[in-house]
Design a protein. Structure first.
Length: 321
């Protein structure tokens, strides 16, 4: 009896990505033993062509971005990766070469981040490419970073640089220059701050990743903590390409503060923690910046310019609805 096309596809492209718990992707479910004395952390994200990525984005980057945005959710909770489940909904007739490139990208990131696929599903659909991934991680009991916890007087911190993801999408659409391709790569391949998230355990009071825009996501921390925040725009870290575009007037700074797809860590910590935060971040090889502070009152984010005047907000952050 010939092997059904779906099983042949799985055997060619995804069985090589499977770890021991996946049972060779031959069964209906995986078997997984969590590490001893650890809590499981689970998160899920979906990506749809034309919504979360461009339809002509290279397939070798799509699996990697799908995995990385989920890894960023683990990073935001201070968790280490364990494995993942993935569902692919693909237009009928998707070329085998597309799947080969997609799975090759996943294999590269599995090696980099130390995890493997546990299972999933593949289906044919009439619509655009739709990808979904559920990630599993683990953390010491009671040590997971949460959105709730920021207090008035705490400082606002962020990792890496802000605005590159939004600019990368603009660059791919031809709206801004990106001679070296740095901005496009930041949009297509986020950098989950897993080591930093784990290093912040017991130090940060609240944390999340910046996926929907810095100002909007800071608002989420404010609502969870029952306080407001003041954000100093001049202290928000920009990459050299982003800073050059702002200086040239090609893009306004408020737009970068509201753009999404940065996947940097945003966290709250008490003022006295600064030396330890800098030391732990340096040990992880990640730059961090203090960009504001939390204040009593309503869950409102006030953005100040270099002169201390209130800066009008840019376009609202990303929303799925």
């Amino acid at each position: 009896m010939p092997i059904p096309a779906e099983f042949s596809l799985i055997a060619r492209h995804f069985a090589p990505l499977a770890g021991p718990g996946a049972l060779g992707l031959l069964d209906d479910a995986a078997l997984l033993t969590p590490p001893a004395n650890r809590e499981l952390v689970l998160a899920a994200d979906a990506m749809v062509a034309g919504v979360h990525f461009l339809p002509d984005d290279p397939p070798e980057t799509l699996g990697r971005k799908l995995l990385r945005v989920n890894l960023s959710d683990l990073a935001a909770m201070g968790a280490a990766p364990l494995g993942y489940l993935m569902t692919l909904a693909l237009p009928r007739g998707t070329p085998d070469a597309w799947l080969a490139a997609f799975s090759a990208g996943l294999a590269e990131d599995q090696r980099e981040f130390g995890l493997s696929v546990l299972g999933g599903d593949t289906v044919s659909i009439p619509g655009p490419v739709t990808l979904s991934l559920t990630i599993l991680g683990h953390v010491a009991p009671g040590q997971a970073l949460r959105r709730a916890g920021a207090r008035p007087g705490d400082e606002v911190w962020v990792s890496g640089s802000i605005g590159d993801g939004a600019l990368g999408l603009m660059a791919l659409r031809g709206a801004v220059a990106d001679a070296g391709g740095f901005l496009a790569s930041r949009y297509r391949l986020p950098r989950p701050r897993l080591a930093l998230g784990q290093a912040l355990a017991g130090l940060a009071r609240a944390a999340m990743d910046v996926s929907d825009g810095l100002v909007q996501d800071l608002g989420h921390l404010c609502r969870a903590g029952g306080c407001g925040a003041v954000l100093r725009a001049a202290d928000v870290p920009l990459s050299p390409p982003a800073a050059a575009l702002v200086a040239a007037g090609a893009v306004a700074l408020p737009k970068l503060l509201s753009g999404g797809d940065d996947y940097e860590l945003l966290f709250a910590a008490p003022p006295g923690a600064a030396p330890e935060i800098f030391a732990r971040a340096a040990a992880c090889g990640v730059a961090v910046s203090r960009i504001g502070h939390f204040v009593p009152g309503e869950a409102v984010v006030t953005v100040l310019d270099e002169a201390g005047a209130e800066l009008p907000p840019g376009p609202g952050g990303w929303s799925h609805f």
